[in-house]
Ligand binder design. Sequence first.
Ligand code: AMP
Length: 119
Amino acid sequence: MAMRDSASCIFCRIARGEIPADIVHEAERLIAFRDVSPQAPEHILLIPKEHVPSVDHLTDPDAVLAGELLIAARDIARRLGVSDSGYRLVTNIGPDGGQSVGHLHLHLLAGRSLSWPPG
Ligand code: AMP
């Protein structure tokens, strides 16, 4: 399958190294970097390097990629030392989900007690 890509997408540009980011983890098919506007003491974004607009755009063959994102989040949480204190993984989808960047990303939030339900 051809590499999914978007020339103008800001997260594709981070994945290509065209714009700087505070990268905390990189693997063959994904990258993780610090959110530029952190909402918790630890706020990491995990993205597939390929341009997938949101979870709603995942295809069945993306199941492994989706799993890789979760496993990477687990590993990053362990490395940050927040596995025991806890953390939250969030992915916003579309306008009602509050998605502002149209490239699938997991938010990993940690380092403080997070309220529920979300606003
Ligand atoms: P969402 O609203 O779920 O689409 O989340 C997008 C996130 O991307 C927000 O938390 C932004 O602060 C973050 N963000 C946007 N641009 C950048 C950037 N260049 N580097 C790091 N994080 C970014």
